[in-house]
Design a protein around this ligand. Structure first.
Ligand SMILES: Cc1ncc(COP(=O)(O)O)c(C=O)c1O
Length: 348
């Protein structure tokens, strides 16, 4: 339980609901390392189906799902390409290099929005012994540090068309792909079709307490299963956790639209008071980035001012404050956050 009247720190904060806890308690389980947990198997089948892939693998975290995906495609000494603000390069603590000997090169973008020309301009293939070989492009959808930005399907398709031609694989960090799907109505499989592997998180907007899923071909998932065990991620009667994810897919997917609506309402109200701080049109999903540097304010001061008013947020870089909507932020909490933000941003 949060101590804040509006806890906008992250969509990972949600507590399991009563219904979710009941589903967890009732879940049939078995030893998943032996492939015998029926609830995990059902979740893996469901998620693979939703994303149009052959097979899936349940993992404890999104970082592990991503890291398994990356190592499937990139050999030690090869490189991946990703947006400069991508979670895989900014927030997984160097795991691709530390675990898999992968180097990374990055491109810059406006709010994380994918422009296929950027990775294509960096890609180096057929370099022999002279340059690092590009093996993978990673796309993040929605883009977290970009501010919940939805990647246009058309841009993804153009990138896929070109990377297939040059033999470069594509991995989707879809921790919040659910939000992109609900915001645009684009079927999950339409995104899934364009990637070799996709990771999705159950523990963000969907509200499960733990868990992510990696999808790909049956052969790729068999290999990922071996590496998951090697990383210490082979879990036993873990159907009680998979049950939370299955419950969330039925009960918490479509309601992400409520988070999007509240985030947009907050942004519109803040923009009325401080137009340079946020453009509501840029708020596509559940994340609002306030550019407080644009009015000469320091993120840490704004975060502290909001915290004094019982609103928790996150200072992101030198200029921005991130606010994230989720299952445990309702209309009243949103109204409270609006009042607090108006006060704090109006203060000299
Ligand atoms: C875009 C993105 N990918 C991956 C992750 C990793 O998820 P986890 O915290 O479960 O490792 C996060 C977590 O915030 C994320 O925002």
């Amino acid at each position: 339980m949060t101590a804040y009247r509006a806890d906008l720190l992250s969509d990972t904060l949600t507590a399991p609901t009563e219904g979710m806890r009941a589903a967890m308690a009732a879940a049939p389980v078995g030893d998943d390392v032996f492939g015998e947990d029926p609830t995990v198997r059902a979740l893996e089948e469901e998620v693979a189906g939703l994303l149009g892939h052959e097979a899936a693998l349940f993992t404890p975290t999104g970082s592990m799902a991503n890291q398994l995906g990356l190592r499937l495609h990139v050999a030690p000494g090869q490189e991946l390409l990703a947006d400069a603000d991508a979670h895989v390069v900014r927030a997984e603590l160097g795991a691709a290099a530390a675990f898999s000997g992968i180097t990374s090169r990055t491109w810059h973008s406006e709010r994380g929005r994918l422009e296929p020309e950027a990775p294509l301009g960096l890609a180096a293939v057929g370099c022999g012994q002279y340059q690092v070989e590009t093996a993978l492009v990673v796309v993040e959808n929605t883009h977290n540090f970009g501010g919940g930005t939805v990647q246009p399907l058309e841009a993804i398709r153009r990138l896929r068309h070109e990377t297939v031609d040059i033999g470069v694989a594509m991995h989707l960090d879809g921790a919040r792909l659910w939000n992109a799907h609900v915001a645009t109505g684009t079927p999950l499989a339409a995104y899934g079709d364009e990637f070799d592997t996709v990771s999705v998180c159950l523990s963000k907007g969907l509200g499960a307490p733990v868990g992510s899923v990696l999808v790909g071909s049956a052969a790729a998932m068999a290999e990922a299963r071996v590496w998951r065990k090697r990383y210490g991620g082979g879990m036993r009667q873990v159907g009680i956790l998979a049950a939370a994810g299955r419950y969330a897919l039925v009960h918490h997917l479509e309601r992400l639209a409520d988070d999007h609506e509240r985030a947009r309402r907050f942004a519109e109200a803040v923009a009325e008071a401080a137009p340079d701080v946020v453009d509501p049109v840029a708020v596509e999903t559940n994340i609002v980035m306030l550019d407080v540097g644009a009015i000469g304010r320091r993120p840490a001061d704004v975060v502290a001012g909001l915290a004094e008013r019982s609103v928790r947020t996150y200072a992101s870089g030198a200029s921005r404050v991130r606010c994230v909507w989720h299952l445990d932020v309702d209309d009243a909490a949103t109204d409270h956050a609006i009042e607090a933000a108006r006060e704090v941003l109006a203060a000299p």
